[in-house]
Design a binder for this molecule. Structure first.
Ligand SMILES: [Fe+2]
Length: 270
């Protein structure tokens, strides 16, 4: 059952803490390609089990140096790091704090587009949630591309967007096609959002304005699926044809929110 015209499908009755059969894996991949966001309700799985589930779909990024205890970082293949990483608004003492909640998550974005090989898929498992709110929104940028006037499609064909980490303006950047082609479906979609700073070979202001105009188009409500989380939901989404954002519609200074996150590597956009 498609959850909205923009995408999303719910797959119940699969226990993701257990190894998948090849039929289950095929069904999940088919649902992912067809609906871009797959919701698995009522899942109970450890961070290690989540990492193992994600590994069905490609190379999973190792648990990085995101938290003080993990400053040493990790290498893929090292068992200590074969776990989903923890995203939380709690500080080291377990108290809600706005400081650790990355502001960039509240802007429309695709994950890590400033990499040469940006992620294919992100998985989030809801472990603790605010009593209400804390939604995640997804915008389908294939629908957005397909609804552009022909003239605009011609104007943006062949352009490359430059991406730089919004939280680290001095960080390395990458450029990718503004209109990318989905490797599984052949569908074209817009690749932009927060971290996209300008268009290669175009005046900075002109490129930024074009990106702003396209982002406005891409995130209109008709193209958006809003996920209202329930504890135990595990969702996986396609970073190649979706933008997403966290909605700050909960009290980040009072309510606890803990999610476990895994990221599957992708290939260079084309
Ligand atoms: Fe994200």
């Amino acid at each position: 059952m498609r959850l909205s015209p923009a995408g999303g499908v719910r797959l119940a009755g699969i226990d993701l803490s257990q190894p998948l059969s090849s039929d289950q894996k095929d069904a999940i991949v088919a649902a992912f390609v067809a609906h871009q966001v797959v919701v698995f309700p009522e899942q109970s799985l450890s961070r290690e089990q989540q990492f193992a589930f994600a590994a069905n779909f490609g190379e999973v990024e190792a648990h990085g140096a995101h938290r003080p205890a993990d400053k040493a970082g990790g290498k893929a293949g090292d068992k200590r790091y074969a776990v989903a990483h923890v995203m939380t608004n709690l500080d080291a003492d377990g108290n809600p704090t706005v400081r650790l909640s990355p502001a960039a998550n509240y802007h429309w974005h695709t994950d890590k587009p400033y990499r040469a090989r940006p992620p294919l898929m992100t998985l989030l498992h809801a472990v603790e949630l605010p009593p209400r709110g804390g939604d995640t929104e997804f915008a389908n940028t294939a629908l957005a591309y397909e609804s552009l006037p022909d003239e605009t499609r011609r104007r943006i064909a062949g352009l490359r967007a430059v991406f730089r980490p919004a939280f680290d303006p001095s960080g390395a950047c990458a450029d990718h096609p503004l209109v990318r082609t989905h490797p599984d479906t052949g569908r074209k979609s817009l690749y932009l959002g927060n971290h996209a700073t300008h268009i290669l070979g175009m005046a900075q202001a002109e490129g930024a304005a074009l990106l702003g105009e396209l982002l406005h188009h891409a995130t209109q409500r008709d193209f958006v699926y809003v996920h209202r989380w329930r504890i135990g939901d595990l969702i996986m989404w396609d970073n190649r044809c979706l933008l997403h954002r966290a909605v700050a519609n909960y009290d980040v200074l009072r309510d606890r929110r803990i999610m476990h996150r895994s990221v599957v590597r992708g290939t260079a956009p084309f």
